[in-house]
Design a protein around this ligand. Structure first.
Ligand code: HEC
Ligand code: HEC
Ligand code: HEC
Ligand code: HEC
Ligand code: HEC
Length: 252
């Protein structure tokens, strides 16, 4: 390699380190809404829900256990497939070919645990909780079923109004927590299912740190522990109601 080429090569390499994370940050080319990456499912079917944000006419392939699904060429937009699972480990690969030849792939592993395998230890896989196990909830319970094309499933209403059709209306309480005032239940919950209890997107306290200072929490824990007479839980939700409260400071 000549010197100029070397400079260009390493220059581009360096540049790519700066550009790539940003590129994925600003418009995630492939965003899987459900299921999470390594889960244990207890039903033989699972809803695969994802968004594609690339150039139109991108080609999408979905492989389940190495087999290509039919009818899988489409463009930018929202996608939904109901996939059948075999008992044990299932591998789902979504790949998206952009015009520039750049390929984004996402691999998901789903362990379908039948009743006979109930005792099997499958760390680090986490149990998947669908939304409403006892009562099947349909996409159309929350999404406008008349919409079609790439915009299918776009949420064009305030999210909380949809949730309050079936859940307690938190706005009736005296003090409503910030994000609920904006109707944004999905900051903390994934309405499509989650690998954590209560359909949470992350650990309870980690969710609080999206908006509240993590640095201050140690001091806060220490001070409040004394004040509240020794409630030793470091979890924010031990003392605060994440939704609404009749007391100041969202206290329980
Ligand atoms: C309990 C309510 C609920 C159910 C049931 C539900 N969704 Fe959603 N869905 C939402 C909410 C709320 C959002 C918005 C999330 C956001 O804006 O980040 C959303 C977002 C989406 C998106 C992304 C839309 C966009 O434009 O960004 C897709 C795709 C989607 N849902 C598909 C589905 C499919 C397919 C089903 C059924 C298998 C389903 N949803 C069931 C509540 C629901
Ligand atoms: C069509 C009715 C319906 C709608 C709409 C709905 N839910 Fe649910 N939701 C349910 C049912 C049923 C359950 C399961 C309750 C149970 O099994 O006890 C549930 C469970 C939950 C749970 C878990 C409760 C737990 O204790 O684990 C959360 C969190 C939740 N829903 C949030 C939401 C959010 C956020 C929305 C709006 C985006 C929403 N729901 C919209 C019916 C609904
Ligand atoms: C700031 C984060 C956050 C937001 C925003 C949020 N939740 Fe929750 N939600 C939680 C946490 C944390 C739990 C678990 C509660 C616990 O463990 O005490 C929970 C639990 C729930 C449950 C289970 C039953 C219960 O009350 O404990 C339902 C239902 C629910 N949320 C619905 C909603 C709805 C509907 C919205 C929007 C109107 C919403 N949540 C917004 C954090 C949040
Ligand atoms: C999406 C951003 C967001 C998230 C996530 C979030 N909060 Fe908040 N929180 C707010 C906003 C906005 C306010 C209102 C601030 C104000 O009124 O000064 C607030 C206020 C509060 C208050 C003070 C209420 C008062 O009266 O001053 C408490 C306590 C609180 N949040 C606890 C939590 C806990 C616990 C969690 C995690 C379960 C959490 N928050 C997650 C945005 C958030
Ligand atoms: C042991 C109980 C306890 C725990 C755990 C706790 N808090 Fe608090 N928090 C309180 C009390 C009590 C107040 C009221 C403060 C006051 O009276 O000055 C408060 C006040 C607040 C406020 C409003 C006033 C301020 O200082 O800005 C916010 C925001 C807050 N807490 C966030 C959090 C977050 C985030 C967590 C988790 C990292 C958390 N709290 C954990 C008891 C607790």
């Amino acid at each position: 390699m000549s010197r100029t080429y070397k400079v260009i090569f390493f220059g581009l390499l360096l540049l790519s380190f700066f550009l790539l994370p940003n590129a994925t940050f600003s418009a995630v080319p492939l965003e899987v809404l459900s299921p999470p990456e390594k889960i244990v499912a207890s039903l033989p079917e699972i809803d695969l829900i994802f968004k594609v944000n690339t150039a139109r006419d991108a080609e999408i392939n979905i492989k389940v256990n190495g087999k290509l699904l039919a009818g899988d060429k489409s463009q930018t937009g929202n996608f939904h497939y109901t996939l059948g699972l075999k008992p044990g480990l299932n591998t789902i690969v979504i790949s998206n070919y952009e015009e520039g030849g750049i390929r984004y792939t996402k691999e998901l592993q789903v362990f379908y645990r039948t009743r006979d395998q109930a005792a099997e230890n499958i760390q680090p896989f986490r149990v998947f909780y669908p939304h409403g196990i006892s009562r099947k909830i349909h996409c159309s319970d929350c999404h406008d079923s008349r919409a079609s094309g790439p915009d299918k499933f776009t949420m064009n209403r305030r999210i909380d109004i949809v949730c309050y059709k079936c859940h307690e209306d938190f706005t009736k309480k005296a003090y409503l927590h910030g994000p609920l005032g904006a109707g944004e239940c999905n900051v903390c919950h994934n309405p499509h299912g989650s690998d954590r209890p209560a359909l949470l997107n992350d650990e309870e306290s980690t969710l609080c740190f999206i908006c509240h200072e993590k640095k201050l929490s140690e001091v806060h824990f220490r001070k409040m522990k004394e004040r509240t007479g020794g409630a030793s839980d470091r979890n924010c939700v031990a003392c605060h109601d994440p939704h609404a409260s009749s007391k100041l400071f969202q206290l329980k």
